[in-house]
Design a protein. Sequence first.
Length: 222
Amino acid sequence: MMPFAGGLDSLPNGTLLLSVAAALLYLPVQGRAPSLRRSVVKTTATALLAVLAFIEGGPFLLVAALALSAAGDFFLARDGETAFLAGLASFLAAHLAYVPLFLSVGGGMEILTWQLWRLGLVLLAAIGAALLMRRLLAAVAPQMRVPVAVYAAAILAMLLAAATVPSPVILIGAILFVLSDSLLAIGRFLTPPDSPRQRPIGAAVWVLYYLAQAAIALGFLL
């Protein structure tokens, strides 16, 4: 049974299936050297989620966040610090789009007081982020400390906003996003480039990230 009306040949279902196919196609090549083909496959997976959100009449901020994420995917699939900073900026903008989007459909901060498990998740994430940031700031180059700290604050704000959304699917997506970004930071800054752990870390980052974006998108569209 397909999530959208019309069966396999409908535009929404076809777009979603192509997105999933691109995500699966990227998984076995994510550990290879950067190339244009590899970048396009990676970008296509999230870009098609943005297309799906658009054709299904999803909120503008959802379409914008997914499109910005697709741009970030392209940059992060390239090599070099300039591309990494461009990817960081793209995802920072995506998180800043997700924050008002989540708040617009959320139940307000009051929901955190009568569903304490939501507040617990945010506090747990904040503690984990603080511990990770302590190691990251000691490991990254001085010029990277401010961008990394700003990005960490943005993703925590995104998670806090998601915690106010009644839909558990959207909150799960936000949690997966935080986990994916945390692993990405560990792989890039705390793990040697030639470590055998780089490939499984990269695979986990991609799986968690794609599931996060898909969960958020479908949480709004279904």
